[in-house]
Design a protein around this ligand. Structure first.
Ligand code: FAD
Ligand code: SIN
Length: 563
């Protein structure tokens, strides 16, 4: 019987020779900040196809509010941005990677501005820079107040459309990466995709870049759009790539907690501008928790809110913006959202609660995007390259997508001398299980609830063990089914990745960054390592790697431990 522990290689049965074949030099899976940046840069070295399972507007990138971090103010320094990033990453950042990305930030911003992105500035044309938790200076570039992502996405999409050599496939779902054999380590040669109009296709490529974003939908409470279903993580894992540090899911402290509001984010920049958090009695409790109060790192604020709610009962705490002047001008999108719910931030307290926000863990890659599988690159939220360590500093992820996206597009030109892969016969001969129908939406909502309750802001060994067993059991009768549309494939991907997030969280018997274990509340030196998970016939296998040594090309396995 199929289970998480003997995960099959492909989601569906197919014969590549019977499907329409498309050829390119670089295939980019994902049309957010990371994928579009990669495509623009890869197009300098050959033809490129970029795919997105929805439209280009349906990305986490488009939803970004606060902005992009870059040390561009006269009083700020790159060294300070580096220090803040390392501090947030609590011992697991790769300092070389942090330096490389942060040093490249101002140039990446200038490039984006040259491509037409318009960031907010004052009357003299000087950039207006915001401040967010964990940052020592005002260094967050933002657009339209709280719609930075929309502007970044717009500028990149326009640039892609103006760039010769890029073909764009929207509404095109990548199911699996193709490799000549099922062996772990076999090179990736492209992907099998499903287009709403054209059905299944094989796209052969010399280099395949996964820029498929995060996994927020794993959790009942999330700031992410419905597309963030961990597909890229799951397909990379099935193709033999390692997933790194999957315990690290960052929870954002402030999402609007009202029925019908879909846990809409209220950007940290609101607290950067001076908003307070109040408990049920009106007390500003963050001052008792951390010297930076509401601007403490996100994990500290999220945990404090959860504890406060547990202590006082109820379902939320309050965000107090009543003393802020100019709220509607500075945060027009949020003001509009609040208005829909008849809330006026200058008079009313806003009910908020934490929610899953950013997948820090991801496909093990270096700062050039190379994974441990030849021909496969990973970038953006889908990747783990050591920039964020155990926790991401606010507004560093759009930055990562822009900087590393440009680099990976350039680097995968290393595949240029190779000939394009000739179409070969790849056969997936899995058979449909005969065990009847599944209520997919029930599996999805059960998974999301189980992840939120057991692998949420506060975790304990017992609950993690329970949820791991539970997901393995659900996997037995869900992963052996064959679905013919994205809704089913997404649930299979979520279940697989949820199982690995639970295992990684159970294995990490310490608290660090955004992973908080009530039963192990302190960080421990022996866990200052990256945990990597790789497909094996006998189930996901854990390999520990020393901190600061993340380059996939170096031999990393030190002491394999099976959990
Ligand atoms: P995404 O932008 O999520 O793009 C993923 C792409 O992959 C999409 O095109 C999707 O369709 C495609 N895809 C996924 N699966 C498949 C598949 N199977 N087949 C084909 N295509 C697929 N970060 C900041 O730095 N600053 C902020 O202010 C900020 N605010 C945020 C606010 C919100 C509400 C959210 C949710 C996130 C925020 N973040 C912010 C985080 C940041 O937006 C994301 O980490 C970043 O945009 C990820 O970019 P990406 O290109 O890696 O992925
Ligand atoms: C926010 O605007 O609070 C989100 C910023 C981020 O996730 O980097």
């Amino acid at each position: 019987m199929a289970s998480l522990l003997d995960q099959r290689r492909f989601l569906i049965p197919f014969r590549s020779s019977l499907l329409p074949q498309i050829f390119t030099d670089t295939l980019v899976i994902g049309g957010g900040a990371a994928g579009l940046s990669a495509a623009i840069s890869a197009a300098n070295h050959g033809e490129c196809i970029v795919l997105s399972k929805g439209t280009f507007k349906q990305t986490n990138t488009s939803w970004a509010q606060g902005g992009i971090a870059a040390a561009m103010a006269a009083e700020d320094t790159t060294e300070s941005h580096i220090t803040d990033t390392l501090e947030a990453g609590t011992g697991l950042c790769d300092p070389k990677v942090v330096r490389e990305v942060v040093e490249a930030a101002p140039a990446a911003m200038r490039r984006l501005i040259n491509w037409g992105a318009r960031f907010d500035s004052d009357a003299s044309g000087k950039l207006s820079l915001g401040r967010e938790g964990g940052h020592s200076f005002h260094r967050i570039l933002h657009a339209h107040g709280d719609a930075t992502g929309r502007e970044v996405q717009r500028a990149l999409v326009e640039r892609v459309r103006d760039t010769a050599g890029i073909r764009v496939f929207e509404q095109c779902f990548a199911l699996d990466l193709i490799t000549p054999t099922d062996e772990v380590g076999a090179p990736v040669m492209g992907a099998i995709t499903y287009h709403q109009k054209y059905g299944l296709q094989v796209i052969w490529a010399k280099a395949t870049i996964l820029a498929s974003g995060g996994a927020g939908v794993l959790f009942r409470e999330t700031t992410n759009p419905i597309q963030a279903t961990a597909d890229g993580l799951a397909m990379a894992y099935r193709a033999g790539a390692s997933l790194a540090c999957m315990a690290f899911m960052q929870f954002h402290p402030t999402t609007l907690y009202l029925p019908g509001a879909s846990r809409s984010l209220i950007t940290e920049a609101v607290r950067g501008d001076g908003a307070h958090l109040l408990d049920a009695t009106g007390h500003r409790f963050m001052r008792d928790v951390h010297p930076l109060a509401e601007l403490a790192p996100r994990d500290v604020v999220s945990q404090a809110i959860v504890r406060q709610i547990a202590k006082q009962g109820g379902s939320h705490v309050w965000l107090d913006c009543r003393h802020l002047s100019n709220f509607a001008a500075r945060f027009p999108g949020i003001a509009q959202l609040l208005k829909q719910f008849e809330l006026n931030p200058s008079k009313d307290l806003i009910p908020i609660h934490p929610a899953a926000h950013y997948m820090v863990g991801g496909i093990h890659a270096d700062v050039q995007g190379r994974t441990d599988v030849p021909g496969l690159y990973a970038v953006g939220e889908a990747a783990y390259n050591g920039l964020h360590g155990a926790n991401r500093l606010a507004s560093n992820s759009l930055l990562e997508g822009l900087v590393v996206g440009e680099t990976v597009g350039r680097i995968c030109a290393e595949m240029k001398p190779k000939a394009r892969p000739s179409p070969m016969s790849i056969v997936s001969d899995i058979r449909p299980s005969e065990q009847g129908e599944l209520d997919l939406s029930d599996v999805k909502s059960s998974l999301r609830s189980a992840m939120w309750k057991n692998v949420g802001v506060e975790r304990t060994g017992n609950k993690l063990r329970d949820v791991t067993d539970m997901l393995d059991f659900w996997a037995r009768y869900t992963l052996d089914k064959i679905f013919d549309e994205p809704a089913g494939w997404e649930i299979q991907n979520l279940l697989l990745v949820g199982g690995i997030v639970a295992r990684s969280s159970m294995w990490r018997q310490e608290s660090r960054g955004c992973h908080y274990r009530v039963d192990h509340p302190l960080s421990k030196e022996e866990y200052r390592v990256h945990d990597l998970w790789r497909r094996r016939v006998d189930g996901p296998t854990l390999i520990e790697v020393a901190a600061g040594d993340l380059a996939p090309s170096t031999p990393q396995a030190t002491r394999p431990t099976l959990v």
